[in-house]
Design a protein around this ligand. Structure first.
Ligand SMILES: C[S@@+](CC[C@H](N)C(=O)[O-])C[C@H]1O[C@@H](n2cnc3c(N)ncnc32)[C@H](O)[C@@H]1O
Length: 308
């Protein structure tokens, strides 16, 4: 994904659940006379919301060329209090500390785009002590996928297709996360994973973990993960399957074999982003039930193919 592709910005702007939630949060937080940093401004939509809420000065910063279009859009809308800055490298300078730092930085399952480290540096460099972050917190949640069709779609090698024994590569069909929306009827009861205070966070989490138990047996075919963002005191953006759909959808982590959970058994999940230089971002995920932990990932089979 590249933010130099305008289509990415169209997708985000067409996501009115996302965009209107930000507009409401900005209206709640930004008061006339305040200064605002819009970090990763894209088309400048959040800067325009801040200006409309009465901000005296807005600094709109982006590393992509879209910032030039954002500047033209602001001028066309008669908005003069926004300064646009294209940041090519790590840091950028501002003439003052800001009262509010607003940013729509969350990737798929929050971590996919790896924007959090840059956001935290921008916070430390440019937000005044006691200033407000929008969003102020993010929280992850998940449910187990209980729809057997999700498993069957990948288990087709079990039926010896075309009369060929594909059993050696059977599990590779499960070794890919899927970015897709599910419905609550395909899922167990949801449970929270961890959350992160964006005003205080020092670094991106290495893993997202949580545990639960169910009052009845559950057969799990994978994990469906999502997040919510507390944009302001009164505004929460929820990307769960039971909330209005957003462009984030959910992220699905399949199990190569069904995991059968007994009633009241403790079950834990652990989901980890794996970043390596020169390689696309990968995931590892595990489920621990009845003292057995099973790990999966979406990269070892590629490594296996490349070493042959
Ligand atoms: C998810 S988009 C949000 C765009 C816009 N704020 C909106 O709400 O429609 C994230 C933006 O952050 C920018 N970005 C990503 N990493 C950045 C960084 N390290 N420094 C500056 N901008 C960055 C991208 O180019 C992209 O335009």
């Amino acid at each position: 994904m590249s933010y130099d592709d305008f289509s990415e910005h169209v997708i985000m702007l067409q996501d009115s659940v996302r965009t209107l939630a930000y507009e409401r949060a900005i209206r709640e937080v930004v008061r006339p006379g305040m200064t605002v940093l819009d970090f990763g401004c894209g088309t400048g939509v959040l800067s325009l919301f801040a200006a409309r809420a009465g901000a005296e000065r807005v600094y709109a910063v982006d590393k992509a060329a879209i910032v030039h279009a954002a500047e033209a859009i602001a001028r066309r809308n008669g908005c003069k209090q926004i300064s646009f800055i294209r940041t090519e490298g790590e840091g950028f300078t501002l003439p003052e500390k800001v009262d509010v730092l607003v940013s729509e930085w969350m990737g798929i399952f929050v971590l996919r785009e790896n924007m959090m480290p840059a956001l935290l540096s921008a916070r430390d460099a440019h937000l005044r002590p006691g200033g407000v972050m929008i969003p102020r917190a993010v929280g992850w949640s998940c449910a187990f996928i209980i729809d057997e069709a999700f498993y069957r779609e990948r288990a087709f090698f079990d039926d010896r297709p075309y009369g060929i024994d594909f059993s050696l590569v059977r599990d590779w069909a499960f070794a890919d996360v899927q970015w897709r929306s599910l419905t609550p009827s395909q899922l167990s009861i949801a449970f929270p994973l961890q959350s992160l205070d964006i005003a205080a966070a020092q670094r991106e989490p290495d893993c997202i973990q949580g545990a639960t138990s169910f009052p009845h047996p559950v057969t799990a075919y994978g994990i469906c993960g999502w997040f919510d963002a507390q944009l302001s005191e009164g505004e929460k953006l929820d990307t769960s399957p039971s909330a209005p759909p957003t462009h984030w959808k959910q992220l699905l982590f399949p199990f190569a074999r069904p995991v059968v959970l007994a009633a009241d058994d403790k079950v834990s999940v652990d989901i980890r982003p794996v970043r390596a230089e020169g390689r696309r971002m990968s995931w590892r995920w595990s489920v621990k039930a009845a003292r057995e932990t099973v790990w999966y990932d979406d990269f070892s089979y590629r490594a296996h193919l490349l070493t042959k």
